[in-house]
Design a protein. Sequence first.
Lengths: 134, 134
Amino acid sequence: MTRKTYRLGMEATLAVISGKWKPQLLCHLSNGPQRTCDLRVALPEISQKVLTQQLRELMGDGIVSRQVYGERAPFKVVYTLTETGRSLGLVLVQMSVWGECHVAALRASGKQDVAVRDDHTGFDRLLNTPEDAH
Amino acid sequence: MTRKTYRLGMEATLAVISGKWKPQLLCHLSNGPQRTCDLRVALPEISQKVLTQQLRELMGDGIVSRQVYGERAPFKVVYTLTETGRSLGLVLVQMSVWGECHVAALRASGKQDVAVRDDHTGFDRLLNTPEDAH
DNA sequence: CAGCATCCCTTATGATACTG
DNA sequence: CAGTATCATAAGGGATGCTG
């Protein structure tokens, strides 16, 4: 087994959260466990292949877990953020806040025409301890 | 001019800091202004083309500035983190700390064979105000 | 319902040679 | 010394059809 060596810790974090749809997946999973079909509704533009792919990567990194209900097809599959996944909360919120400020500044300066649709409160539930969430 | 719309603020942040060599570039630039040749020494494996490319992207996002000294070749070119670039400090440190913890956990669990070479203190200088740095 | 396999395209990154 | 231009390759993502 060959060892993967990152130069900086933040590269390891980037490896976990970067991917075209991972931020949105993490955002929706922060609201609680989600079925596959829930995620497809939340992210209408993702392809089936990439959805499965990115969820597998998050599983490999210990960020989400997968539970299967039912003996035979059709199955019910539920994805849940692990405790490790929830521990990303502060990082995700801070990245979101910085990104929002940066986009506002870029637009104000006229350097780039950019916008952000949703605000960082999408991750707020991760900032509470699991016991607080009920 | 077509508008780029991010769904989440963190996607805007990822757009700025993701790139194979950007974390390391930001880390070295956090120690102060750097000449092109300094960066090439610090990142021996980056190609000339990609070095220029990633620096241009950081400039386009207002993260670094570029100063040219000299009337004709050979020039002296210096890259410096802007105030916006320095404002990334907290985000970069937190991402690094989380990544280090995560890598340690992955290794302890035997799930992946990973390691991080440098620790998050590489970004520590960004946590001070510019006036404090002298 | 959830997922796999295949083929295709776009993007990111790399190697090399050349210029002011 | 710094940078451009060109060509080549790798990685990420998307479209479609099929399966238990």
